[in-house]
Design a binder for this molecule. Structure first.
Ligand code: DGT
Length: 220
């Protein structure tokens, strides 16, 4: 009889962060060849279909009315991934509950969201951090130039992102940089490894190898 599969409640966790279109999904896919890793992509499809309602679309079409709702659902879906047990000792996640704060910060800076909505989301966030098992051991920051990700975003043409401007990508970039590059915004939940996300797909391969080495070093 086959022995029951072991599950890890507290796997070593790597979060891949970066602007919209910075190549997180592609980078994540390199981990398919990394033994013992469970790869968790961002739950964009869940956001696109909340019992038939496309929340991602509503976020961009009508941010004043839907930013809070979107943010609260994104936070929930991310929390579920953080707390998921994995069949392997490494968990590699696209974004994290931490990066949701970058978007919230931008909503605050641009007055897209009411003060009281920010308070509620931050209370949820604090509660989750204190009362659930959210682990992060390494953050990989795919640092990109806003103009480059703007072009990539236009090329992939995700229909919900029609209205996303270069200005918006610049704002999101600055906040990621404040957090992970200048390290002046939020506290860091884990060490940060910076990867040049402007590079081509082929040039990313050695970067990924470096990342693997760093992970093994951090784990020991
Ligand atoms: P990649 O693989 O680097 O190209 O990553 P993307 O662009 O597929 O994934 P991501 O997370 O940067 O963005 C997916 C879409 O969802 C994009 O339109 C931005 C939006 N998004 C993701 N997380 C949040 C969030 O917490 N708040 C808000 N307002 N938007 C978010």
């Amino acid at each position: 009889m086959a022995s029951p599969r072991k599950f890890y409640n507290n796997p070593f966790t790597i979060c891949i962060e970066g602007n919209i279109g910075s190549g997180k999904t592609t980078f994540l896919n390199h981990f398919q060849n990394f033994n013992n890793a469970t790869i968790l992509q961002e739950p964009v499809d869940l956001w696109r279909n909340v019992t038939g309602v496309n929340l991602l679309d509503l976020l961009y079409k009508d941010p004043v009315n839907y930013a809070f709702l979107f943010q609260s659902y994104a936070q929930l879906t991310r929390l579920k991934l953080h707390t998921l047990s994995t069949p392997s000792p490494y968990k590699v996640m696209e974004r994290s509950i931490f990066s949701a704060r970058c978007f919230l910060e931008n909503m605050k800076r641009t007055n897209m969201i009411r003060d009281v909505e920010v308070v509620v989301l931050e209370k949820w966030y604090d509660w989750c951090l204190e009362n659930t098992n959210i682990r992060a051991d390494l953050i990989v920051y795919l640092r990109t130039t806003p103009e480059v990700v703007y072009q990539r975003m236009q090329a992939r043409a995700r229909k919900e992102e029609d209205s996303v401007s270069l200005e918006y990508l610049r704002q999101i970039h600055e906040i990621h940089d404040d957090w992970l590059y200048r390290k002046t915004l939020f506290s860091l939940p884990a060490p940060v490894m910076i990867v040049d996300g402007d590079k081509s797909l082929e040039e990313m391969v050695p970067q990924f190898e470096k990342c693997k080495d760093r992970i093994l070093k951090e784990k020991t």
